[in-house]
Design a protein around this ligand. Structure first.
Ligand code: GFB
Length: 324
């Protein structure tokens, strides 16, 4: 079957009222762009200052007033391995509150459909690779991000419970490690890819002899461009309705050392790479099995090298504005 990638967009027209929670984040922003390109003009967004998603009363009032029909739940507290490991209370609290408030209010107000975004870290640390949807809850989690993972698993279970008890059409997507323009480039809280872009860039302009990479460089990660994820979100909002979770990935993985070499070349840094094994490696491998999604007719399109080059040029143009 040829890969469709184009959503039928039955939900997506100028009439449908669509709420994107977390529209200023990497994912929410990409979803808004994709929706606008697909012709959805009735988009609803709120900044954090306008609506605190951890406040149940405020979220309920917002849903009563606005009555959104379709919800993309992209609001979450996210971060890289160090942020997850050092702020476990924030990760479990904020995510549980945000997702619980939104899922419950959406159902209460009779929304037509909700799309919840989880993460590949919901799978056990030593899950067989590539990780299939049925590997959920079959073993212990990776300790550096178990707090975030437990919150995301609760979100999955909540979607399943509301479907089972109330017939609410809530679906759960499990994206792999994401990156792209608009990412967080703060070296303490970011994920590896933006961190490497910034580290190599700053080493280049400051003529430094080496760049420090956390861990051993041996863990493998799969990366997906955020525009591929937003395309999958629109596609699945139209073409998927099930209690079962569905993985969203590129199907390709690289070691952190390979990633570092690629970023170094794209940025044009000629010094050395120094590994700091005192910093954690995290899960050794995290490759999603994307057979289920591919069988529905969707496939990622952005090649990692191209996506990194695009993200680096975004960083260069927006470095002063980028969150630091
Ligand atoms: O992207 P990252 O922080 O998240 O780290 P995870 C991936 C790998 O890159 C780890 C290594 O092995 C890190 O040790 N790494 C090397 C670095 N240098 C750096 C650096 O400068 N910064 C960072 N951040 N990493 C997160 C989870 O895990 O993935 C979240 O903690 C979430 O919960 C997210 O699931 C997608 O892939 O290890």
């Amino acid at each position: 079957m040829p890969f469709l990638n184009k959503t039928m967009s039955s939900f997506c027209n100028s009439q449908s009222k669509i709420y994107v929670a977390g529209h200023r984040g990497l994912v929410g922003n990409a979803i808004c762009k994709a929706l606008a390109q697909a012709g959805c003009t009735n988009l609803l967004t709120r900044t954090h200052a306008e609506l605190d998603l951890t406040d149940q009363g405020a979220v309920r009032r917002f849903f009563i007033e606005e009555q959104p029909e379709y919800i993309f739940l992209a609001a979450a507290k996210v971060g890289g391995i160090h942020a997850n490991d050092s702020s476990p209370a924030d990760f479990i609290r904020d995510n549980l509150l945000i997702q619980t408030n939104i899922i419950d209010a959406a159902w209460l107000q009779g929304a037509k459909k909700l799309l919840f975004l989880g993460s590949s870290c919901i799978y056990p640390k030593f899950a067989p690779q590539p990780m299939k949807e049925e590997h959920l809850l079959t073993g212990p989690l990776e300790p550096t991000n178990e707090w975030y993972a437990v919150a995301k698993i609760a979100g999955i279970k909540m979607c399943q419970a509301y479907r089972k008890q109330h017939g609410f059409d809530a679906i759960s997507l499990m994206p792999t490690n994401l990156y792209g323009p608009g990412d967080n480039f703060d070296l303490h809280s970011s994920h590896v890819l933006p961190a490497l872009i910034r580290k190599f860039h700053e080493a280049k302009i400051n003529d430094l002899p080496e760049v420090e990479i956390w861990g051993t460089g041996t863990p493998k990660r799969e990366f997906l461009h955020v525009d591929d994820l937003s395309s999958a979100c629109l596609f699945l909002m139209d073409n998927y309705s099930s209690a079962e979770i569905i993985n969203v990935g590129s199907g390709q993985e690289v070691t952190i050392a390979e990633l570092a070499a690629m970023v170094r070349e794209i940025v044009g840094f000629h010094g050395k790479i120094q590994y700091n094994a005192v910093m954690p490696d995290g899960t050794p491998r995290k490759l999603l099995d994307v057979a289920k999604l591919f069988a529905l007719g969707w496939k990622s399109q952005i090649i990692l090298r191209d996506g990194i080059a695009e993200t680096y040029s975004w960083f260069l143009q927006n470095a002063l504005l980028a969150r630091r």
